[in-house]
Design a protein around this ligand. Sequence first.
Ligand code: GFP
Ligand code: GFP
Length: 822
Amino acid sequence: MVNPMEKPLFELDKDEFKQEIVHHLRTTLGTSEKKASKQAWWMATCATINQMLFERLTSTQQTHLQKDTRAVHYFSAEFLMGRLTANNLHNLGLYKTCEEALKDLNLELADLCEQEPDMALGNGGLGRLAACFIDSLATLGYPALGYGLHYEHGLFRQEIRDGRQVERPDSWREYGNPWEICRPESVQEIPLYGYVETVFGEDCQVRKVWHPGRIIKGVPWDIPIVGFGAQTVNILRLWESRASNFFDWDVFNHGGYVDSQKEKAEAETISKVLYPNDETEAGKELRLVQQYFFCACSLKDIMRRYKRTHTDFKEFAAQIAVQLNDTHPTIAIPELMRELIDEEGLEWTEAWNICKQVFSYTNHTLLPEALETWPVYLFERVLPRHLEIIYEINAYFLKNEVDAKWPANNEIKRKLSIIDESNPRRVRMANLCVITSHKVNGVAEIHSKLVKEDLFPEFNQLWPDKFCNVTNGVTPRRWLLSCNQELADLFTETVGTEWPLNLDALRELAKYADDPVFQKKFMDIKLHNKEKLVKVIKAETGIDVSADAIFDIQIKRLHEYKRQQLNLLHILVLYRRLLLNPEYDIHPRVFIFGSKAAPGYRVAKDIIYAINKVGERINDDPRIKGKLKVVFMPNYRVSLAEKLIPAADVSEQISTAGYEASGTGNMKLAMNGAITIGTLDGANIEIAEEVGEDNCVIFGLTVEEVKELKARGYSPWDYYYANAEIKSALDWLDTDYFTPGRPGELQSIKKSLLDYGDTYLTLADFASYDEAHQRINSLYRDKARWAKMAIINAASVGKFNSDRSIQDYVRQIWHLDKCDIS
Ligand code: GFP
Ligand code: GFP
């Protein structure tokens, strides 16, 4: 493979690049050098990049077609792509050329990159994982397609007003997006609602005919996914919904303009917005329709492509792998059954055998509320034929599998059934996934073990070979090469150019971990990144912080199990200590948060409010002499993460053990030399194994201890009464100390930690967390020791390259071959 760090794949030199940009500025953007806005310059740069991308895209697709390759289709309701300009340039090996070309035009590439809105078509880790995976698939040269929804509005833009989260609409393509290509030639028609008719054919065979009540049009938009080295350019195909017959001219001509638009508006609603994860009540029906819509479009697209080279379905399972990213795309299972049986005329068993080989499922969480179920009545109305198919799968499964293994055991039947028989009856999507898929994987070793033992123990008894583990990973191209260029250059200088493809090459760095010269270079880069972040913090929040302080960062969705409240409680305790004893000896600390809360999740929003209010008080308090600062960065998103991660000293990974399936932020931060303070949860365990327990700071209850404590009966009050600091900190929240004139505004935090039982054992882990922070404090003061730890972290996280995850999927689940693109 050509390594673009040594030699640009495309031989454009700086001057040619410059000419192309100017050419596009004039001919594609229709403006001139004198008048062009930064936005126009950015668009012209993207058009230049696309020239190269599209060529590779076409040759990739042609080669895949010619060689009739087996491909994986990654079905995901979320793809958190972020920005693509810098990433694409790095993967093409043209970043520096482009930077110089723009310099000649008196423009800064980094500055132009800021023009790009984030493509935030996801909520958090799950969606960003999908984005890293398609990067790795292309990099490794595997035929693969990402399939998802073309949300008009991605995750909301978060504003902070008087400390509170306010959700504003995100409009990532308001002024056009240079990376997407509309493919009207591949439009699909998707049926919905209606009823099912039973027809007796002349051959006396019973057939089911679905008479849909509505047809929606699915319009595909392709985003090219460039692998590093740009041999392969795969596609992320996102479906936009439109009315199939969107303008009713008759109605319009009779004066009913609004009516004529109604159907159009309704159809477009389907791909209008991304649902934030925890919002389970809102728009249930719409959410089910969204899931069905994108799965049905994608399967039709797959079948269309398959039929170009095949006349029957005998090879289908050999050619097609579909990975279900969580339960959101589960409806693809009955949809493929329906297509094969009702539309293609296959027998039930034949269709079922195909489905069992095609699908595999990744579980991302053990939280019961995240395992989707849909009321049967809703299914009946929206997807009547699919409900029948699900019933049939279920009957077959209960009779042939469950009854065979546990004869006449109604309790087990009730538990494993796809239908939950309580009132109202519900369809359990996870059960359908497990029953159908040939492989089910968790996303870190401990999580995969818990999936088997706690979540699906009976399924595991039925099919022990079905369950496996693929530990998550992140792409080092975005999360090191692109976001931390100075560090990337130092690494290239030290270990050579191979590491973006083989992250294990960074192990070499460990040799220099004790070398004062290397330590200085490494820590100077960290300092420089922190200085850059200081400016961003000032610009975004108005808060002054010093780059000499420890930058302690917690960035992730806001959820009580991720325990931002534990971090906050510790801040309150530190603040109190400083007030009681101004000489209290700590190295200055800046606690930085970035986090969005699901709009319907009250306590999560209250935690954001509390962080901001506590922060305001602390940041303005001269008595503590700047030893403590609290920063809440608004609108956390991929592009902000790219600025925060390179500047982190400490990485907060503090979920209750057993609750964070894996985590991926933990990997990104360690990769950039931050020291983890973490529980033995998710991938933290594997990170600790790789970097060594001396190079991270572990605290808190283990999974087993959490279970035991819960079994014994956990009472947070015991900790409240036993620990005077916890008590004072929580009682503080009853007063108006942080919300002058408005006492009790922060009470809900205290309530959730005491009155409502502290589900996530925040108080039980507090003492250990506090002690861990004291260790951080003394470690940081030993400059050489800290630098060594940071270097060893960066050197030891080769395992967490998403390329490794993809290879694990290929070996255990997908069985794909790489395809050379000539
Ligand atoms: C994709 C390809 C493109 C091609 C368009 C045509 O192909 O290169 O030009 O779509 O619709 F990636 P298929 O989806 O038809 O394979
Ligand atoms: C979820 C899980 C994480 C896991 C990711 C990707 O992400 O532990 O790392 O999926 O598998 F919770 P969030 O969206 O909750 O971050």
